[in-house]
Design a protein around this ligand. Structure first.
Ligand code: MG
Length: 320
């Protein structure tokens, strides 16, 4: 038991050292910094005590260790209360669906089902509109060498994804999403022609409404004008996030967007934007967070939504 406690103390000390750099970065407010420090300490202590509990619950546990279990149980309860008072939930979003798993592919129907199957909070996918007005789900502007926004649907409809699925339309994706619980994070891609992008926004919002999914959808986009269009077209309260990374929360708040949705690189350069967004009532999503180091950074900083290609590893890190 002594060795176990010593290893936990060492682990805790190492974690404090790793976290120190983030604690000395200038914060938007002293209160925000204090809340984060309290949340970090509570979270770490809670994890350590939970691990101790599991160890002490082994069959060979002695009477002495049982009393330690009781004490640890009390501490866990206390920490849960403290943690709940100082931190909000952090959610996992699958980037282009949960594709890095058997039978799946990026932006496939399967990736949406897989994201839902692991209980991911949300599943993101990308949407383009063809020249003849069909909304297609794909990340790149081209598929098999064909530029989607200038192509006709008949040129694309027989294309296959890497897992053998047909290239999906938004309609097919939403139809599948109807029976799932995961939130649908719809990224509207910036189109070359402004009129086509506006038409894409209109069609996306209309389709979501017709499918009865308005409460399940959130919109994200790199397009500044697209963000404004989506905000105007979607029902009041629909979350719309901006992806491009050059505007601070204060510069965005008057547009009524739900928050910032920036890359891990941008956020590491501007960590103060997290507190700034929160103080303005906005949320923060960070992408694409794949390394343990970046996941830990987002967790420690109180990022609301973490978009990743490794959702199960992140889930384990959030709730070991
Ligand atoms: Mg995307």
């Amino acid at each position: 038991m002594k060795r176990l406690i010593a290893s936990y103390v060492a682990s805790f000390a190492r974690w404090i050292c790793r976290s120190l750099h983030s604690l000395v970065v200038p914060q938007a407010s002293l209160a925000g910094c204090a809340a984060r420090v309290a949340s970090l300490v509570c979270r770490k202590l809670r994890l350590l005590v939970c691990r101790s509990l599991r160890f002490a619950s082994l069959p060979q546990a002695s009477l002495a260790s049982l009393s330690q279990v009781s004490l640890a149980g009390f501490v866990v309860l206390l920490l849960l209360v403290l943690d709940g008072a100082t931190a909000s939930a952090q959610e996992v979003i699958c980037h282009r669906g949960y594709w890095d798993t058997e039978g799946s592919a990026q932006n496939s129907i399967r990736s949406l089902i897989k994201a839902d199957s692991i209980g991911a909070w949300g599943s993101e996918f990308d949407v383009w509109m063809t020249a003849d007005g069909v909304l297609v789900v794909n990340h790149d502007e081209t598929f098999e060498g064909i530029t989607i926004e200038t192509a006709k649907w008949k040129q694309l409809k027989n294309m296959r994804l890497k897992n053998g699925e047909a290239l999906p339309t938004l309609e097919q994706m939403l139809e599948c999403g109807k029976s799932l619980k995961t939130r649908l994070i719809v990224e509207m891609k910036p189109h070359t022609k402004r009129e086509q992008e506006l038409e894409a926004a209109r069609k996306i919002v209309k389709m979501v409404k017709e499918m009865g999914l308005e409460e399940r959808v959130e919109y994200i986009t790199f397009s500044y004008q697209g963000m404004k269009n989506l905000k105007e077209l979607a029902p009041d309260g629909t979350p719309v996030y901006y992806l491009n990374g050059e505007l601070s929360p204060s510069q965005l708040v008057e547009l009524g967007v739900a928050g910032i949705d920036y890359s891990i690189g941008v956020m590491r350069d501007h960590p103060q934007w997290i507190d700034e967004a929160h103080s303005l009532g906005m949320k923060v999503n960070v992408w694409t967070v794949n390394s343990d180091r970046d996941m830990e950074w987002c967790i420690n900083y109180g990022v609301d939504f973490i978009t990743t290609n490794a959702p199960e590893r992140l889930q384990n890190m959030l709730e070991p």
